[in-house]
Design a protein around this ligand. Structure first.
Ligand code: HEM
Length: 448
């Protein structure tokens, strides 16, 4: 995999690699810090450093061109990275519950997370000292499994759930008056089979990277840093992105074997992104801190894979409304052609069935609403009865879930041909604060 495949020709403001240190600079910085860390750690630290051959930082061994060829995205910018960024191959998503009632501790946690995320996304360790150079008598400030790995396109995106603002009627952190009207627990949709242990959360972290170990390392270190203040409520690993967010990316396939992401919003359509993804400044007087941010809908959608695999190809294509091979609408054309709902076959039936997925979700049938999908395939083993616990971890960024998600999902739950083969088992909604400048912390506008 080459860097040119991923690096956009015209990076967006949030992603332009202006502030990102070059790989050589990163390595030098790590080495210097590592040496200082060892010097400050006393004899025991020096002994450990010597024994480990100065295993100083994450990028220590990334001298091979292949390793340093992977992209590095800036952490700071007008919008958080990980939304418009070309979708990476791997995901580790985690929802956290706060276990403190102290506003100061919450703010400190966000500051600590900001510092660690800013480092890790640049290919550095989570802490200043590194995995093996801190005091010998203390736990390291980085867990170490990413030593030698490059940034691998890591982005870390943070969000706030409705319960952060008000939980069981309590205004725990004195921000209830700033809860946007749109930030409410998602309603129970028809056919939902939600597991509460895979739903909701006060905070979320979406870590995406082209190396699964890098994504897992990021979430693990943020969870470690949160100790005593927030704990993981649920998490989800994902592989094989199920959408493309850039025209430079080929359309991938979901576990039903169909191309997914063809009609997704793309970074190269700034006007449409502005209209459908970013929260406008005048959206809500209580939620002004969210201007330039977004809402993230997360749904764990299980597929009844074994049943699906026994369906004839004709039925599979009818359910989706597109061909399996090319992803073209059944009404004709090629992958990127728009479906034509008016065309009928010789049997008098519409070529794209009225309950076909792509017909039901098409913007023309949903008041023009579009979303930026950024989901991943998942396989979490099997259920003990020989059924694969697999599906689509659906992630979508929208400017307002009340217009851009809830009505569409309500309709899908009632009449989507696909609903015979899927079951929604997890659900959460998060407000995604806008991006920040260096020196600020994630979500600062909410607490200012
Ligand atoms: C396991 C569940 C799902 C599967 C397998 C699936 C699959 C697909 C496929 C194959 C396409 C056509 C290719 C494309 O344009 O991306 C598509 C399009 C789309 N899907 Fe889904 N989808 C699922 C769930 C959902 C959900 C829950 C929503 C939102 C409520 C949704 C919204 C959309 C939208 C907005 C489009 C693009 C429609 C257009 O503009 O033409 N999908 N989906």
């Amino acid at each position: 995999m080459t860097a040119t495949k991923y690096v956009r020709e015209q990076p967006t403001e949030a992603e332009a690699p202006t502030s990102a240190p070059k790989p050589q600079e990163q390595r030098a910085a790590v080495s210097r810090r590592g040496l200082l860390g060892a010097a400050g750690a006393g004899l025991a630290g020096l002994a450990a450093g010597a024994a480990g051959g100065f295993a100083l930082g994450r990028d220590q061994t990334t001298s091979s061109p292949q390793a340093s060829d992977t992209p590095t995205y800036p952490f700071y910018g007008a919008h958080q990275a990980g939304i418009l960024t070309p979708v990476q191959d791997r995901l580790h998503f985690a929802a956290f519950d706060l276990i403190t009632d102290s506003g100061e501790e919450l703010v400190q946690l966000l500051k600590d997370w900001t510092a660690a995320a800013a480092r890790m996304t640049q290919g550095l360790g989570a802490g200043e000292l590194g995995p093996t150079s801190g005091p010998y008598a203390a736990p390291p400030d980085d867990t170490g499994e990413a030593i030698g790995l490059p940034a691998a396109g890591l982005t870390i995106t943070f969000g706030f759930g409705p319960n952060l603002f008000r939980k069981e009627g309590k205004d725990r952190f004195r921000v209830a008056s700033r809860q946007p009207d749109a930030l409410q627990r998602l309603p129970h949709f028809p056919a939902d089979k939600l597991n509460p242990q895979r739903s909701d959360g006060d905070l979320c972290v979406q870590a995406c990277a082209d190396d699964p170990q890098v994504a897992v390392h990021a979430v693990r270190n943020l969870a470690r840093i949160a100790f005593g203040r927030a704990a993981i409520r649920w998490s989800q690993l994902g592989f094989g992105r199920t959408s493309s967010t850039s025209t430079s990316q080929a359309t991938p396939r979901n576990l039903m074997g169909f191309k997914d992401g063809t009609m997704n919003l793309k970074a190269e359509e700034p006007a449409a992104v502005e209209e459908h993804v970013w929260v406008p400044a005048d959206a809500d007087s209580k939620g002004q801190w969210l201007a330039g941010g977004s809402y993230l809908v997360a749904r764990r959608i299980n597929m009844t894979i074994e049943t699906w695999d026994r369906q004839p190809l004709s039925k599979q294509e009818r359910v989706i409304g597109r061909t399996k091979a090319e992803g073209a609408p059944l009404s004709g054309g090629a992958e990127f052609s728009q479906p034509d709902s008016s065309l009928q076959g010789s049997d008098g039936e519409p070529l794209v069935a009225t309950d076909a997925h792509v017909r039901m979700v098409h913007p023309s049938n949903n008041g023009g609403a579009k979303m930026l999908r950024r989901g991943y395939n998942f396989v979490d083993g099997s259920d003990g009865l020989g059924r694969t616990d697999a599906g689509l971890f659906f992630l979508a960024y929208v400017r307002d879930p009340r217009t851009h998600y809830i009505p569409i999902q309500t309709k899908l739950g009632q009449g989507d041909g696909l609903s015979e083969y899927v079951q929604h088992t997890g659900s959460a909604l998060f407000a995604i604060p806008p991006g920040i400048a260096q020196g600020q912390y994630v979500g600062q506008a909410l607490f200012a």
